[in-house]
Write a protein that binds this ligand. Structure first.
Ligand SMILES: NC(=O)c1ccc[n+]([C@@H]2O[C@H](COP(=O)([O-])OP(=O)(O)OC[C@H]3O[C@@H](n4cnc5c(N)ncnc54)[C@H](OP(=O)(O)O)[C@@H]3O)[C@@H](O)[C@H]2O)c1
Length: 367
């Protein structure tokens, strides 16, 4: 008998406040436990699989999935397992495409075990003998894909120009810095991250990368000085953050420049500053493009192939796509919401993942 823990979304939250997970009526979530008998042939219906979740992806976007607002994804019905992407092992199966013992990437949700209906929910096989399991969330996961399409589809393919990347130590941002620096021959990549250590790491990700610490009170002056040193302006801004960092950067954009708006994390968990310098969009004839990576799902294979080639020929280094893995196994599973919240405090460098079941890493391939 397997005792499963599942965190249900029971009350919607909003972008201007943090989530609540406690015993009060303000709580957005409720923890339930369920028992499953995996030896019982009646456990699953045709097309269903029983999964043991190994890794949960921590994504800022989940905040939107916990609100009552429709976006590119349908509103999560109350009472369902709180949505999250993840990697799981199949422990029992009534779908021959996903046999017992295989691993899948799917919207596992915040749980350690559950039944998944493969006829209704998207899921695909991942092979730990080809790529270490966690790398399916980092190097070959949604955030690297986001960076790939941001840089090679939405941004102008220009060389010898000034780029700026905000949220540059996060999963999507650090991938963007590498793609720009190592493939597009920029004049300068201005990266923005929180804290000296993070900035030092980001500067190791490519040549001509200068990282500015937005938590330093001198940030605005430093940006001005850096650009003013050789009368440069920002030609392409890849923004993951929004808020005052975007509002300030827009002052230094060149005429006919481009902003790719990938995220606005500064406003996902607390009220964010407004875009008061908006008139610059007009006077500088700036193009602002929103992007959603799932619009490119059909092209993920092609992108992964190109990334693999860059890894093989040394353009990219697998070690520069790190995972920051924290554990919430067994009785610690209740920490999942709190651990997720910490992405708004910037705990991670690269891809932030929570492990919710033991996993023997030794059997994995080395890339
Ligand atoms: N459009 C799409 O399809 C798509 C897909 C994936 C992700 N995204 C978006 O891209 C952004 C980055 O996602 P990710 O998965 O790479 O996240 P991540 O790894 O968690 O990185 C986000 C980083 O943002 C920084 N941050 C948090 N709050 C901030 C604030 N108030 N001001 C400035 N920086 C802040 C933190 O680093 P510091 O320590 O530097 O503050 C954090 O590490 C998010 O906005 C996300 O929603 C969009």
């Amino acid at each position: 008998m397997i005792k499963a823990q599942q965190i249900l979304l029971t009350k919607y939250t909003d972008f201007d406040r943090p989530i609540v997970f406690d015993d009060t009526e303000d709580s957005n979530f409720k923890l339930i436990t369920k028992e499953y008998d995996v030896s019982d042939d009646e456990l699953l219906r045709h097309g269903e699989i029983f999964i043991q979740v190994i890794y949960l992806s921590n994504d800022p976007a989940q905040k939107g999935w916990f609100t009552p607002y429709k976006s590119y994804k349908a509103v999560t019905p109350l009472g369902e397992i709180a949505p999250a992407d993840g990697i799981a092992r199949v422990l029992a199966s009534k779908n021959p495409r996903f046999p017992k013992g295989c691993y899948v990437e799917t919207f596992t949700g915040w749980c350690d075990y559950r039944i998944l209906d493969t006829q209704k929910e998207k899921c695909h096989i991942v092979d730990p003998h080809k790529v270490p399991l966690a790398k399916y969330l980092s190097l070959f996961g949604g955030t690297t894909m986001t960076a790939y399409f941001t840089v090679f589809h939405y941004a102008p393919q220009v060389q010898n120009r000034v780029w700026m990347v905000t949220g540059a130590a996060g999963a999507a941002g650090s991938s963007c810095v590498q793609f720009i620096s190592k493939v597009l021959n920029p004049k300068l990549v201005i990266a923005v991250a929180g804290g000296k250590d993070k900035c030092q790491w980001v500067e190791t990700l490519g040549s001509r990368v200068k990282c500015l610490d937005y938590k330093d009170p001198g940030y605005k002056k430093d940006l001005f000085k850096l650009l003013n040193a050789d009368k440069s302006e920002i030609d392409v801004l890849i923004d993951h953050v929004g808020g005052w960092i975007l509002n300030n950067a827009i002052l230094y954009m060149s005429d006919f420049s481009t902003v790719v708006q990938v995220g606005a994390v500064a406003g996902y968990n607390s009220p964010s500053d407004g875009f008061t310098n908006y008139a610059n969009v007009i006077t500088k004839r700036i193009t602002i493009k929103g992007m959603i990576v799932m619009d490119h799902a059909a092209e993920f294979g092609q992108a992964a192939h190109r990334i693999s080639q860059w890894l093989k020929d040394g353009t990219l280094d697998v070690n520069n796509f790190p995972e920051h893995i924290v554990q919430a196994i067994g009785p610690n599973f209740t920490n999942v919401p709190q651990l997720w919240t910490q992405l708004f405090q910037g705990v991670n460098r690269g891809k932030y993942i929570t492990q919710v079941n033991e996993y023997a890493q030794g059997r994995e391939s080395r890339l």
